[in-house]
Design a protein around this ligand. Structure first.
Ligand code: PHE
Length: 345
């Protein structure tokens, strides 16, 4: 009897070892340890044995049962673990695959030049401030000595918006100069500001005219500020942007809010003044308008013109960018053509 049990045990263990899948476990259990299983039926037969034999056989049979149960549990764990590992392997994601590249943009040429311009003035002690793009007629014109019937209004035809009850009083600013007045109304001298921002004009659009463009306004007010200070500041600026060897030229020009008014040019850095296509054979490139702030404008904001003087200037970053990069059409800046924009990396 004991030999039969030993034989049965070895057979059961061999079969168990050979199992490869979790689903095969249960049939094996039923076969050996189930209610009608081989080991169970041996245990049942114990009662029929003579008592002396029963003890020895019973011990071996019970040990076998315990052994098989333990082996079964272990095998079941092994197979489940293997199945889990297989599933993991199947669902594995290869995180080392390269991602899809993101299209990287770059700074717009206007922004790029705007930053250069502002940096140059910040180095010289100017603060950056901003003002509204939708402006009152008062700040854009009246406060700058350009009354309703003044012919100078022709220089700045614009887009009017009509707020309730105040037709013709609100417009898209044609220049950043209204901020001269806005800044002075809010502060006392000394004033050193640059004001970047978008401006709008009702223009016949061509290679050098757009209906939307940027300007940078500058304003310096204090005691003892002279025309020479203006020339020095603007010359230093021109050399920072266009090279230390640049010559500058100031000529009389008219803007109602400055007296005297000038335009500033740099000598053409392509032909060094000899005359070429870029400078239209003049040898000079005009880069901004400027002048000493008009006493009437100072009075209007409560600055005593006998005590305070100062200068203002205005320039167009697109024009500066065109000169710096040899761009011949201002319309390229805002027509969203990537072939143009991607050149400024
Ligand atoms: N605002 C003037 C323009 O748009 C430029 C300017 C600014 C001139 C400041 C003189 C002083 O043409």
């Amino acid at each position: 009897m004991i030999d039969r049990i030993t034989e049965l045990r070895e057979q059961a263990l061999a079969e168990l070892r050979a199992l490869g899948r979790v689903e095969e476990i249960e049939p094996w259990r039923i076969k050996y340890l189930g209610k009608k299983g081989a080991v169970t039926s041996i245990l049942r037969q114990l009662g029929a044995l003579p008592p002396d034999e029963r003890r020895a056989v019973g011990q071996v049979a019970n040990e076998t049962k315990t052994l098989l149960e333990a082996q079964l549990a272990q095998k079941e764990n092994e197979l489940k673990e293997a199945a889990r590992a297989q599933a993991m392997e199947r669902e594995r994601i290869d995180v080392t695959l390269p991602g899809r590249p993101l299209a990287l943009g770059q700074v717009h040429p206007t922004t790029r030049v705007l930053r250069e311009i502002l940096d140059a003035f910040v180095i010289m002690g100017f603060q950056i401030v901003e003002g509204p793009e939708v402006e009152w007629d008062y700040y854009n014109f009246e406060a700058l000595n350009i009354p309703k019937d003044h012919p100078a209004r022709d220089m700045w035809d614009t887009f009017y918006v009509s707020p309730d009850g105040r037709p013709g009083e609100m417009l898209l600013r044609t220049h950043t100069s209204p901020n001269q007045v806005r800044v002075m109304e809010k502060t006392r001298p000394p004033v050193r500001v640059v004001v970047p921002g978008k401006c709008y004009r009702y223009e016949a659009i061509d290679p050098s005219h757009e209906s939307m463009f940027y300007q940078v306004e500058g304003l310096a007010i204090g005691t003892n500020i002279t025309f020479a200070d203006m020339k020095g500041t603007l010359s230093a600026f021109a050399r920072m942007l266009f090279g230390g060897e640049r010559k500058v030229r100031f000529r009389c020009d008219y803007f109602p809010f400055v007296e005297p008014g000038v335009d500033m040019s740099i000598d053409c850095y392509v032909c060094k003044g000899a005359g070429c296509r870029l400078c239209g054979n003049t040898g000079w490139l005009e880069i901004m308008g400027a002048g000493m702030v008009h006493p009437k404008e100072l009075e209007r904001v409560g600055y005593d013109p006998a005590v305070y003087t100062g200068f203002a200037f205005g320039l167009g970053p697109e024009r500066i960018a065109m000169l710096k990069y040899g761009i011949d059409d201002i319309r390229l800046f805002y027509s969203n053509d990537l072939r143009f924009l991607q050149q400024f990396r």
